[in-house]
Write a protein that binds this ligand. Structure first.
Ligand SMILES: Cc1cc2nc3c(=O)[nH]c(=O)nc-3n(C[C@H](O)[C@H](O)[C@H](O)COP(=O)(O)OP(=O)(O)OC[C@H]3O[C@@H](n4cnc5c(N)ncnc54)[C@H](O)[C@@H]3O)c2cc1C
Length: 427
């Protein structure tokens, strides 16, 4: 069952020290991965989460390369033993009707990492957080970071409010901001650059009893464009016969004045016959949720004594389900950089941001594919009919192998659909 409201848990309560090597803001996949790996290296780590654990979160579909982060965290066996539906492929439907041939990930890489999972984020993220505790991190929930404390421009700790009402200042050598879309430091330091090419909004809900394809297609993510391509739906099968169904389009189109999320969802569903057919006879299981204008990047990934990780550093778009993978991958990058920085006692911007140029290159490969997806008149089907040799590049990016050398060759040919000026970031 999908739980939207979770009760507070005593599991993550208890005393905290006055000082840690690292304080992590947020216990999502980015914060949990960063905290786990640093604790494993013997550093003292405090992860502060303002919500409960578990908590409800959007973003259920994993992509195959997440396997390697999960493996490094020691979680593959737990995932294999879980009831999360197995995902072998993604399938695109153009203009609400015509299905493409599914992209089966193992057709390109015959390895167990080619199968991934569709996860309710409450339970998945709790698995990550519990693992952080097992590896030695201290986690405190309902602990709201109100301020990052600076000595000059050097971050030296945080001010946090606990659910008891107690407000504490806690010192640390490094603050890792993994606060997700709240992007705590990005707002405080005025570093946010919205991706103006992607001013999108999404509305979603959960349904029980919707039609799934049989066999290994049962857990496939479906991406269904609506007629006229003004929006697209995701269809993500979860446990207990529940499906996450959401619609994304330009914010100005989706939410014109006075329109409520349910009307938007129903309006767009009316333009997507293939989805109507799948939802026939299903029951809506939750309220409608909505969010908008979530595509942005930070102009800086690190500074003296602080570093950003996961969505706090930037978010592209939901279409290729890259968010959790990039959150965990950046968690690995950041943990490795912070480990070196702590050992060498070099907490400079350069040391804490050393990982960023490599990471950014990979992220840009997702971004370019997202731009292509939204470019009017561009058709992936047509592109691959003309350039079949690039289908494997596309699959590489869809599975998350965005750091693979040569994967960006596809964009030399796809060039005409890309923006004239690429969005860039300082490290
Ligand atoms: C519409 C939509 C659909 C998506 N679908 C997918 C998908 O199918 N697959 C996918 O991989 N990704 C998807 N994503 C993206 C995904 O949700 C995120 O990329 C992912 O959750 C990022 O993880 P994170 O750890 O960086 O941040 P989060 O998971 O958001 O975690 C951040 C945590 O920080 C906490 N926090 C914030 N501020 C504070 C504070 N001041 N003090 C203490 N704690 C704080 C929050 O409570 C939260 O728990 C989607 C995103 C959107 C908008």
């Amino acid at each position: 069952m999908i739980q939207i409201h979770y009760p507070p848990s005593r599991e993550y309560a208890g005393p905290v020290q006055d000082r840690y090597d690292v304080i992590v803001i947020g216990a999502g996949p980015a914060g949990a991965a960063t905290g786990t790996l640093l604790a494993e290296q013997g550093h003292s780590v405090l992860i502060l989460e303002r919500s409960t654990v578990p908590r409800f979160h959007i973003g259920e579909s994993l992509i195959p390369e997440t396997y390697w982060s999960l493996k490094r965290l020691g979680l593959i066996d737990q995932l294999k033993a879980s009831a999360f539906p197995k995902k072998f492929s993604v399938q695109f439907f153009s203009e609400g009707m015509k299905p493409s041939k599914p992209f089966y990930f193992d057709e390109y890489n015959d390895h167990e990492s080619s199968q991934t999972w569709q996860v309710e984020r409450g339970d998945f993220d709790k698995m990550l957080v519990d693992n952080a505790v097992t590896k030695g991190a201290t986690v405190r929930t309902e602990a709201h970071v109100m301020e990052v404390l600076f000595d000059g421009d050097q971050a030296v700790g945080v001010k946090v409010k606990f659910s008891t009402g107690e407000v504490r200042e806690i010192a640390c050598r490094v603050v890792a901001d993994a606060s997700g879309q709240s992007s705590f430091l990005v707002h405080r330091l005025n570093l946010k650059t919205p991706d103006t090419r992607l001013k999108k909004a999404s509305v979603w809900s959960y349904f029980q009893g919707a039609r799934r394809d049989p066999g290994r297609d049962e857990g496939a993510t479906l991406i269904l464009q609506t007629e006229g391509k003004t929006s697209w739906f995701w269809y993500i099968p979860l446990r207990n016969d529940i499906v996450s169904v959401g619609c994304t389009g330009a914010t100005s189109y989706m939410f014109s004045k006075g329109v409520d999320p349910e009307s938007v969802f129903q309006r767009e569903l009316g333009r997507c016959p293939a989805l109507q057919e799948r939802l026939q006879g299903s029951t809506r299981y939750t309220e409608y949720f909505a969010t908008k204008d979530y595509s942005y990047i930070s102009r800086q990934a690190a500074g003296p004594g602080w570093v950003l990780v996961g969505d706090a550093c930037g978010f592209i778009d939901p279409v290729y389900s890259s968010g959790v993978y990039l959150a965990m991958k950046s968690g690995e990058f950041v943990a490795d950089a912070v480990d070196v920085a702590l050992r060498s006692n070099d907490l400079s911007q350069q040391a804490l941001g050393s990982w960023y140029p490599t990471y950014h290159q990979g992220v840009e490969n997702f971004r370019k594919l997202v731009y292509a997806f939204y470019t009017p008149g561009f058709s992936f089907g047509e592109f691959f009919r003309q350039h079949p040799q690039y289908r494997s590049h596309m699959t590489d990016i869809l599975i998350g192998a965005v750091f693979k050398p040569g994967v960006d060759e596809i964009f030399q040919v796809m060039g005409e659909v890309l923006p004239p000026e690429e969005v860039t970031l300082a490290g």
